[in-house]
Design a protein. Structure first.
Length: 187
């Protein structure tokens, strides 16, 4: 029976390597995002003199949005791989980010929600910059189709912000509870 238990535990422990292809696919996703980023950048450069100020701002916000998504993917790759698969050996590289190896699941969760909120905010900002072009502001009626879309986006963004605050609050409560248990065990 001990042999079966030991074998089962080894299989379960080594199964963490099944996550490695997920992280490799996410690395490939960053490369694909880079292609779209460069495509958008060259589009801006080629049409800079034909574009209005709003169009340039919207295009730049799109680049910022893509950059935030790439950063989010990188955080997920590094922290996920180090937390669930294996430590990344960078030797004595001075380029190793300070947070690498220090972001636990709770920290990863907070970085993820902060990135998602930032991406949502950029999308909302793009909509607000583009409000005239979309026709939302031209209709004097209340709750037109465009207004409803914008209201839904604002509501979703507010829920994302609220979720982030709730995650932070839960982590803080859990941290205080862990510290209290630790103090009780010391006495």
């Amino acid at each position: 029976m001990d042999f079966i238990e030991s074998l089962l535990e080894k299989v379960i422990f080594r199964s963490r390597w099944l996550l490695a292809p997920f992280y490799l696919a996410l690395v490939t996703s960053i490369f694909l995002l880079l292609i779209k980023f460069l495509q958008e950048f060259f589009h801006i450069v080629l049409h800079i003199f034909d574009s209005t100020e709003s169009e340039v701002v919207l295009a730049i916000l799109t680049l910022v949005d893509m950059s935030l998504v790439a950063n989010l993917l990188l955080i997920i790759i590094f922290a996920g791989y180090e937390n669930f698969v294996s430590k990344i050996n960078t030797g004595n590289s001075e380029d190793r980010p300070d947070w690498m190896g220090k972001v636990d699941f709770s920290g990863l969760k907070m970085k993820l929600i902060a990135s998602i909120v930032a991406i949502s905010a950029i999308e909302l900002l793009k909509d607000f910059v583009n409000i005239k072009a979309s026709g939302v502001a031209s209709d004097p009626g209340i709750w037109t189709t465009g207004d409803k879309q914008l209201a839904w986006k604002c509501g979703i963004h507010a829920m994302l912000v609220l979720s982030g605050v709730m995650f932070a609050l839960m982590d803080r409560i859990a941290g205080h509870a862990s510290a209290k248990i630790g103090k009780e065990q010391d006495h």
